[in-house]
Design a protein around this ligand. Structure first.
Ligand code: SF4
Length: 293
């Protein structure tokens, strides 16, 4: 099978089968990102996709879900995604749903009707790295879209009844910018069909442009307690009925809870970390976690 950048997936997709439909990243410019630098963005040919689909049973048995590979597999053309689903259902009949990483702008060229078609053939819960709803932060991080565009694409997905997973990148705005980051991200998520929100926390990785900015003093990382307070504001502002998941090495607590039912419990739990774990201890924990990136 073809896996140009290895296999990348969130932890909860561990039991999925994997299939590459794109390689590299269609954007490849986010200031904090070091991933997918080993490949230029490319859409796989249907011949290659078919070859790989035929090999899925050998490598992954009879998976119920396929998690497409590539930084933003939903950048693939509508026709390619539809034909890929047909191949999957023909040759791997155990598959019930298809996901993958996505950029929010992967949906700009797809109509609500086309997204509905994708839902009908099994696409669900793409993992979208929205990161923030704050225009100043999105611009500073070279995300390549603004909050209005992100909101418009999420509205299309919601109208087409395609649930999706969105993230919140804690600390992305740097020191002193957490309040706006938290409030504006919760604002653009309001009313959207988000089945799960996963949080991770900004990790500065050498060789990224953000790391160089930090070295020059042009970007100051948010403190550890400051990040947790930002996360509390984000959770307090959220109005979605969704799952809140923290399972990433960059966040100092693991939790999977239902919102809004467990909102207060979650905010109190984070407060307990702030109260009982010092800034220094959390900082040391982050240094250890950074070795994984
Ligand atoms: S964060 Fe995602 S969209 Fe941005 S450059 Fe990295 S892989 Fe591409």
């Amino acid at each position: 099978m073809h896996f140009t950048s290895g296999i990348n997936r969130p932890p909860f997709e561990a039991n999925s089968g994997y299939l590459q439909v794109t390689s590299g990243c269609s954007h490849a410019s986010c200031a904090f990102c070091s991933y997918y630098k080993d490949a230029r963005f490319q859409q796989s040919s249907l011949e290659e996709i078919k070859e790989d689909v035929l090999e899925i049973p050998r490598y992954f048995g009879a998976p119920e879900r396929i998690f497409l590979q590539g930084a933003d597999a939903f950048a693939a053309d509508y026709d390619v995604l539809m034909q890929t689903a047909e191949l999957i259902h023909t040759y791997v009949p155990s598959v019930k749903s298809i996901g993958g990483y996505a950029r929010i702008d992967n949906f700009c060229q797809k109509s609500v009707e086309q997204i509905r078609d994708l839902v009908k053939v099994g696409y669900s819960n793409p993992y979208i790295g929205v990161e923030s709803g704050d225009d100043a932060i999105l611009k500073m991080m070279h995300k390549g879209y603004d909050a209005a565009l992100a909101r418009a694409q999420m509205e299309k997905l919601t109208e087409a009844s395609m649930p999706f997973i969105a993230n919140f990148l804690n600390g992305l705005g740097g020191a002193g910018n957490g309040l706006s980051h938290a409030q504006k991200t919760a604002e653009i998520y309001e009313g959207m069909n988000i089945s799960m929100i996963e949080v991770s926390s900004l990790t500065l990785i050498p060789k990224t442009s953000l790391y160089r900015r930090m070295q020059k003093g042009a970007f100051v990382e948010a403190g550890e307690h400051e990040r947790l307070q930002e996360m509390q504001v984000f959770i307090r502002c959220l109005t979605n009925e969704t799952i809140f998941l923290s399972d990433h090495a960059s966040v100092p607590f693991k939790v999977r809870v239902k919102l809004p039912e467990q909102k207060q419990e979650l905010i109190n739990g984070i407060q307990s970390v702030i109260d009982h774990v010092s800034e220094e201890q959390l900082r040391m924990r982050r240094k250890t976690a950074e070795m994984y990136f």
